[in-house]
Design a protein around this ligand. Sequence first.
Ligand SMILES: Cc1cc2nc3c(=O)[nH]c(=O)nc-3n(C[C@H](O)[C@H](O)[C@H](O)COP(=O)(O)O)c2cc1C
Length: 338
Amino acid sequence: MNYNECIELARGRVGKVCKACPECNGRACGNKMPGPGAKGIGDTAIRNYNKWKEIRVQMDTLVKKRPIDTSLSLFGKTFRYPFFAGPVGAVNLHYGDSLNDVSYNDILVSACAEFGIAAFTGDGTDSNVMVAATRAIKNAKGFGIPTVKPWNIETIREKMALVHDADPFAVAMDIDAAGLPFLQNLNPPAGSKSVEELKAIREAAGVPFIVKGIMTVKGALKAKEAGAAAIVVSNHGGRVLDQCPATAEVLEEIAEAVGGSMKILVDGGIRSGTDVFKALALGADAVIIARPFVTAVYGGGREGVESYINKIGAELKDTMAMCGVASLDEITRDCVRR
Ligand SMILES: Cc1cc2nc3c(=O)[nH]c(=O)nc-3n(C[C@H](O)[C@H](O)[C@H](O)COP(=O)(O)O)c2cc1C
């Protein structure tokens, strides 16, 4: 199965809003939530996608031909490629009920681990989602990253107990989920956290703690102060705040401020190995791709995930070869131009 066949199959299974487009660029789903769209006027996901395309790669084939090494080392683990599958929660609501979060994460986590990368899992108001997600990660020998929502501290501690049992190599919190309506209305209150609160959560995590949803240097410095091992430069695919900048617009300044002192991941509209290359050139250590993995799983299950990983990996390898670099360390700022 190749990825095109996979999205053809997904088209019949992903419900009313997602059109399983050949290129997932945010246009067809616009501001449709429920659905995989973006909040408000709905142009932030589109902007995420478009801004990567404004960055161009610098060709250089006047180099000695060398084997290309795309492997990434992160938190004591080695991965085949510097990209991860992103957390997506409530898949049945947003995409269609041929899968739910339990069956989706089971397929995604195991397939990603099998084919050399790792998946982040999402979280939800249904407590079974985290139970099943951490079970899937445990079955994958810890090759997966549970992503806990910023609930109140008692709930977070309960979820962290599940996380510890799964023994993942890292745990994340999508701190920007503060912008999701269901979190805003909770009692006891959930959502935004102070640096002190984030420190306590990081201590409860016990493994490298990743703060997902940073869009400013100020936010990155606060995550660093709280002791985060990594941040994800992310606007949640435009789903939490209308009219954010694109992640490609803010990545470089954030990387300049905190790169080297913590790991930097980025997501939002990254749709090819060439986009992965651009993100690394602008200072990211790795990237996350979310929505296209949903169509991969709905369309092709385990084989869909395999085909998508192979597609993005092959594109990255080709871009590296054509830009004269042989390892991820060699992808530097001068490899791209704005
Ligand atoms: C339907 C849907 C559900 C999502 N659920 C979660 C979630 O539970 N936790 C989370 O951290 N991010 C969640 N995200 C955000 C993604 O992980 C990612 O940050 C965002 O979609 C941008 O990446 P992309 O453009 O590659 O999709 C969700 C995104 C979508 C479209």
